[in-house]
Design a binder for this molecule. Structure first.
Ligand SMILES: *Cc1c(COP(=O)(O)O)cnc(C)c1O
Length: 413
């Protein structure tokens, strides 16, 4: 019997329309958008797609579940300001992000601060701002006790728990086993006692097991286990649990063969947990925190072809930006095996003349590879290469100073 040898394809990128052969981002055809920006390369984030994504998610989540944006995924100020109006809270992971969230107009009561290695000054800023600190060590509890004394303001704290299980099938595991994140579940009762002894304002628990997960069953299992663990730990808490952050980890398809996350079972499971919480944790709000899932598919990276080279039969499209702006598309941001992001020639979307080409950046290193031998419209200098799925972990997660090229422009359109 013949076997199907067709290599797996990328999930279709249908979020941006195509008009007269051009990709349309934020209502503008790509060449006009590039003219409006005035320079390449650039990142463009589409407001309407950000709004639509949150609306779609809210339609599936039970209304009682609060939705937070983890701004680590994309801290561009205008984008954060847009997200502040759409979501119920912002999760920050540094004093710099805290400033960004406050500047963007986020309500301090709905900001939480996670991350290992918080500096004393960042904790002072957090207490003074009145946000919730997700404490990740006994040192943080001690420092917060002293800061609360000094400011005459009890720190609002949640305990970030390093659970005794992992989020299966995750792109990045951030809980379970030995981890630098959170307080091991076994030590949480002692942490809760210290929080009570020091008169800190206990608010709840934070569990974040991992990132970039495309398997609904794995997310459902992690959320159930997180809920059970928090329920057990709540027995030792110095005050009722006011919120329970069950994490997130919702993934988006990047690579050939990856499908979309099925939200329906996640919504159903959260509805069941909300129901249980009404009697088991009656004062608690359930929260999920998402970064990539909210913003990743709304953004593109656009870089212009500077040169077209053929080396021993292989076509290279040499562009004006690369790894320096988009480390993750180059495969150097935590990927084990390099795979291609979805890529297109954005001003030749309907082209019938195709070829196999590699897209590279201007850096003098073989790591600067944005697409490795992909089928693309035949491109010439001046054409615009688009990297899809670029709204998260793009500009801010890339080594922009490496090799001294200009920094990338970002627009919200
Ligand atoms: C990184 C991170 C997130 C966001 O993860 P995504 O995969 O972008 O959704 C959320 N919470 C915490 C604590 C994180 O460290």
């Amino acid at each position: 019997m013949a076997t199907d040898k067709t290599p797996p394809a990328h999930a279709p990128m249908s979020q941006f329309p195509v008009e007269s052969g051009e990709l349309v981002v934020g209502g503008l055809p790509l060449t006009r958008l590039a003219a409006r920006v005035g320079t390449t390369p650039f990142y463009a984030y589409d407001r309407s797609l950000l709004s639509r994504r949150v609306a779609e998610l809210r339609a599936i989540l039970p209304p009682a579940v609060k939705l937070h944006y983890a701004m680590k995924a994309n801290p561009m100020p205008a984008l954060v300001a847009h997200m502040v109006r759409l979501v119920d809270g912002i999760d920050v992971a540094s004093g710099g992000e805290l400033k960004g969230a406050l500047d963007a107009g986020a309500d301090p009561r709905e900001i939480s601060f996670a991350g290992p290695g918080k500096r004393e000054n960042e904790l002072v800023q957090a207490v003074a701002a009145g946000i919730v600190v997700n404490v990740e060590s006994f040192r943080e509890i001690r420092l917060l006790a002293a800061i609360s004394q000094r400011l005459g303001l009890p720190a609002r704290v949640a305990v970030r728990v390093n659970p005794d299980f992992e989020l299966k099938a995750s792109g990045m595991k951030m809980g379970g086993g030995p981890k630098q994140f959170g307080i091991d579940a076994e030590a949480v009762p002692q942490a809760l006692a210290e929080i009570g002894r020091n008169g800190l304002a206990f608010e709840g628990f934070h569990l974040f097991a991992g990132s970039q997960n495309l398997k609904a069953a794995a997310i459902v299992e992690a959320q159930q286990k997180s809920y059970e663990l928090a329920l057990r730990l709540a027995g030792d808490a110095p005050a009722p649990v006011r919120f329970l952050n069950l994490g997130g980890g919702f993934g988006i398809p990047y690579f050939p063969g990856e499908g979309r996350l099925d939200l329906a079972p996640i919504g159903a499971n959260l509805a069941a947990l909300v129901e249980r919480a009404q009697t088991e944790l009656p004062q608690a709000e359930l929260v999920i925190e998402l970064g990539r899932y909210l913003v990743g598919e709304a953004g593109v990276y656009v870089t212009r072809v500077l040169d077209r080279k053929v080396s021993r039969g292989q076509v290279f499209l040499v562009c004006d930006g690369g790894l320096n702006h988009h480390l993750s598309a180059s495969g150097n941001f935590g990927q084990v095996i390099r795979k291609n992001y979805p890529v297109a020639i954005g001003n030749k979307m309907d082209a019938t003349e195709k070829e196999i080409a590699s897209v590279v950046g201007p850096l003098c290193t073989p790591l600067d590879l944005l697409a490795d031998r992909m089928e693309l419209a035949r491109a010439e200098p001046g054409d615009l290469v688009v990297i899809f799925q670029s709204g998260a972990y793009g500009a801010s997660a890339s080594p922009q100073a490496f090799l001294g090229h200009p920094p990338v422009t970002e627009i919200l359109v």
